[in-house]
Unconditional design. Sequence first.
Length: 108
Amino acid sequence: MESQLDKIIGANPAKNFQIGNVNTITDLLTKGGFNIINFVFFIAGLFFLFNLISAAWEYITSYGDQKRIQGASTRLTNAFFGIVIVLGSFLLVTIFTSVLGIQSPLGN
């Protein structure tokens, strides 16, 4: 059955266009060989690791300078708070995707 929009502008040339097994926005986020949700959490994990190593390096090379030690401690604390927030977000995304019937970000 042809819709009114199809009658006005003609047939949609991209109607049957697919990239892998991606048909909808949900599929784009969770399927198609590239999972955007997992990618975002992976980048957040790399950012945490970078901050952890950076804070450790700053602490090691502070040579007793209290200002640098305080800066390293603050960076380390912020990194751990950040990873806790990211893990909580991941938990919420996993719960919402399972409740809504969308494929889990873990790929299960």
